[in-house]
Design a protein around this ligand. Structure first.
Ligand SMILES: [Cu+2]
Length: 357
């Protein structure tokens, strides 16, 4: 009888304790808010780009002996992405792996480089009509720099049955164009053709210093990152449909990008590099938008979507690929310990505590 009473008391304590309840929902932290770039003040935007440039000046954790192209903390993120590319794109790992990757990036900016805000995102359709005039790419001191210099050699892109017109730049981001005008990238470039689904292609981790290349592409931005496509994505009734609308392979037979590819191909060569694209400082904001849409979609149907996964652990989900489950382990190299997919399925659990505007 005494034990029975003790158990009842304990249950009562647990149920009545706001501390414990909060602990389970967001691990006792206050929910942080990730905002659109245009919603940040000028000072907050500069605080962000200053922190990014700070990471690019800090020494790497990866050994330069094995990773000659890794020259900074910033490059640790690029190389980790390169290492995982053949597992975490066009696969069942795409959404969960990049969610954790963004969190690690946000944490590094805050803990190592004095950033006081949270990960900003790039709401594509807000600016698609004129990327060059957007607060993201207008070359102002509070932007992520802007278009590259006009390069007459840039070609149109052939994708399936459509030809995608070339962008308006194609060269280096010029002097005077925002905080990344003199930014040097070190890794890649990788070919767009995937020759092996399992073996990392050349140039692997070679050191190849060069400028940040951009080519803003109005055609891609308006055709492949518009509200119609987002509405279609959000109307998906299961994770497979959602993945297809978000992330199908760039050159589908009808020539349509997924929204993920749309954002990448709106910005030019650096962002079109499947392996080394985190070298463009816009990468994390683009993926912030992807994570935001997944977050919102998951929240619309907790029961069926919160833990919904589909696909394999290999790029393009080949028939022999290993099916993902919530227990599938994802790797983050020097950035983090391995994580199970289950740990990252909610933005308010597993060490996450964020929401999007
Ligand atoms: Cu990626």
């Amino acid at each position: 009888m005494i034990w029975f009473t003790v158990v009842l008391l304990l249950l009562g304590v647990v149920n009545a304790s706001p501390f414990l309840h909060k602990h389970h929902s967001c691990e006792n932290n206050q929910t942080t808010i990730r905002r659109e770039w245009g919603q940040l003040s000028v000072a907050q935007r500069i605080n962000y780009t200053d922190a990014v440039k700070c990471l690019a000046r800090k020494p790497p954790r990866l050994p330069t002996k094995d990773y000659p192209g890794v020259r900074s903390r910033f490059d640790d993120f690029v190389a980790t992405h390169i290492n995982q590319t053949l597992k975490v794109h066009y696969s069942g790992l795409f959404l969960p792996w990049h969610r954790r990757f963004l969190h690690l990036w946000e944490t590094a900016l805050r803990d190592e480089c004095g950033y006081t805000g949270y990960l900003p995102y790039w709401n594509w359709p807000l600016w698609a009509d004129d990327l060059k005039k957007s607060p993201l790419f207008d070359c102002s001191s509070s932007s992520l720099s802007g278009d590259g210099e006009y390069n007459p050699g840039e070609q149109a892109l052939a994708g399936g049955n459509v030809t995608i017109p070339r962008g308006s730049g194609g060269g280096c981001v010029p002097k005077g164009c925002g905080p990344f005008a003199d930014f040097e990238v070190h890794l890649g470039p990788f070919s767009r053709n995937i020759v092996s689904l399992t073996e990392l292609p050349e140039p692997k981790f070679d050191y190849n210093p060069r400028c940040l290349n951009r080519s803003l592409n109005h055609f891609v931005a308006t055709h492949y990152t518009n509200t119609t496509l987002i509405d279609n994505l959000m109307a998906a009734t299961n994770i497979t449909q959602f993945q297809t609308a978000m992330d199908h392979w760039p050159a589908r037979p009808d020539g349509v990008f997924g929204l993920h590819g749309g954002g990448h191909f709106s910005l030019g060569a650096a962002m079109q590099d499947l392996f080394a694209s985190p070298q463009d400082p816009a990468f994390m904001l683009h993926h912030g938008m992807i994570d935001r849409l997944w977050t919102n979609w998951q929240a619309q149907d907790e029961k069926n979507r919160r833990y919904a996964v589909n696909g394999t652990t290999t790029i393009l989900n080949p028939p022999w690929g290993q099916k993902v489950t919530l227990d599938t382990v994802m790797e983050f190299g020097v950035l983090d310990r391995p994580r199970r997919i289950r740990e990252v399925m909610s933005p308010t659990a597993g060490g996450f505590c964020y929401t999007y505007t």
